[in-house]
Design a protein around this ligand. Structure first.
Ligand code: MF3
Ligand code: CO
Length: 259
């Protein structure tokens, strides 16, 4: 989501709500897994969107992004220098070596699921593309590791930032992760940069979507004329990974991790 200034209270979910969030996020996980197998040269981003929507509906779920602030599709499909919010189109044909990020959300039984993956099309990506994807995924998991009672949000943010910097890549600051529940975006904002020991304390029942966006060059963002597609200003490659994660008594529960 776009970074903004807003601060309502962070809601704590009961365990029955976490169960519902798990169901929604598992639909997202299964859709993304199905899409991975369809990331082939010649497939259009519109084809992917159709596949995803059909599957989501077959699970008695609703695409969460479609209609959200006027967004026109089920998926966000962002290719190469596109960071997030790429709009699927029948004119956009995947090519071998493309770095593709797919972000999607659903509503099921009133609760939201949200996750994103990045993958290279075919087996012919640049070494940099694979390394950038590894970085986004590793940064996400180093953040998830900090999702524990008593830690603070800044511990999550700072772990992500440190991992990206270790790789020597850029971390996008214009977009952030977010709380998730009966709304796609709830407090708190979850930045992918920050300081240890700062920010709200993590409590049992908090559920956050953590979504690092990393760039091979500069991390400055430009939004295209379609009003959505966010690209790197310098045209460098970008990757994006996202999981929705609950704080439990036993540490992080990754709701969108495929079971
Ligand atoms: N995961 C992204 C976010 O939380 C997806 C939003 S796409 C939108 O911002 F279309 F719904 F805005
Ligand atoms: Co999100």
């Amino acid at each position: 989501m776009k970074k903004k200034k807003a601060s309502r209270r962070i809601s704590l979910k009961a365990s029955w709500e976490i169960e519902k969030l798990l169901v929604a996020n598992q639909i997202v996980a299964r859709t993304l897994e199905m899409l991975r197998e369809n990331l082939l040269p010649g497939v259009t981003t519109y084809d992917l969107d159709r596949l995803a929507e059909e599957y989501v509906i077959s699970c008695s779920a609703i695409p969460a992004f479609k209609g959200y602030r006027g967004y026109p599709a089920t998926l966000c499909v962002s290719i190469n220098e596109e960071i997030v919010h790429g709009i699927p189109s029948p004119d956009r044909v995947l090519e071998a070596g493309d770095l593709v990020s797919i972000d999607m959300g659903v509503i099921h039984d009133e609760y939201y699921g949200d996750a994103a993956i990045s993958q290279v099309v075919g087996e012919s990506g640049s070494p940099e593309a694979y390394r950038l994807i590894d970085c986004a995924k590793e940064a996400l998991f180093s953040g998830i590791e900090k999702v524990k009672k008593g830690k603070r949000l800044g511990d999550v943010s700072s772990a992500i930032q440190s991992k990206v910097e270790e790789y020597g890549y850029g971390v996008v600051k214009q977009f952030v992760g977010h709380g998730i529940g009966k709304n796609l975006h709830e407090p708190p904002e979850v930045p992918n940069y920050g300081k240890k020991g700062r920010g709200p304390k993590l409590k049992k029942g908090m559920v956050i979507a953590i979504e690092p966006m990393v760039t091979a060059g500069g991390a400055d963002v430009k939004v295209l004329a379609d009003g959505w597609t966010a690209v790197t200003k310098d045209g460098s490659l970008a990757a994006h990974y996202e999981h929705s994660v609950a704080v439990t008594d036993h540490g992080p529960l990754i709701l969108s991790l495929l079971r």
